[in-house]
Write a protein that binds this ligand. Structure first.
Ligand code: HEM
Length: 127
């Protein structure tokens, strides 16, 4: 298994992260559970934030923290009610994006395991 520090370079860097996150937000735009949660009409600023965060987490540029400070993601999600339905919708959109990204199975599984864990930790409602 790669360390998160090497993962970014191993999978192909910026274009791969851009592809995953852009495909994810294409799904969000169509998703009746998730779309209403996003406060802004334009999803592209949210897309930029998620992309920068994931790049940083996996050993790429640290632009996210330069612009946004410490991630504190659970706290940043408190304004949104995230229950099991929202978590599953988020993961459903992400699964499509990851499956289409062309990662080798080991990297794909590593990324997926992290995201399922992270999504569970963002849940802040029982319903
Ligand atoms: C922001 C929903 C899980 C990373 C947001 C926003 C919403 C949202 C509505 C605000 C959009 C914006 O203005 O940026 C959800 C839901 C999740 C989920 C429903 C289901 C569990 C995750 C996970 C991650 C993540 C698993 C990371 C692995 C982020 C980041 C931001 C964000 C980096 C921007 C934070 C900032 O800098 O303000 N999310 N999210 N989210 N989310 Fe999530």
């Amino acid at each position: 298994m790669s360390s998160p520090q090497n993962f970014y370079a191993e999978v192909g860097g910026a274009p791969v992260f851009a592809k995953i996150v852009s495909r994810f937000y294409e799904q969000v735009a169509e998703d009746e559970v998730l779309r209403p949660l996003y406060p802004e009409e334009d999803l592209s600023p949210a897309e930029d934030r998620l992309r920068m965060f994931l790049e940083q987490y996996w050993g790429g540029p640290r632009t996210y923290s330069e612009r946004r400070g410490h991630p504190r993601l659970r706290m940043r999600h408190v304004p949104f009610r995230i229950g099991p339905i929202e978590r599953d919708a988020w993961l459903r959109c992400m699964r499509i994006a990851i499956d289409e990204a062309g990662l080798d199975p080991a990297h794909r599984d590593q990324l997926w395991n992290y995201l399922t864990y992270a999504a569970a930790s963002m849940v802040n409602s029982d319903f």
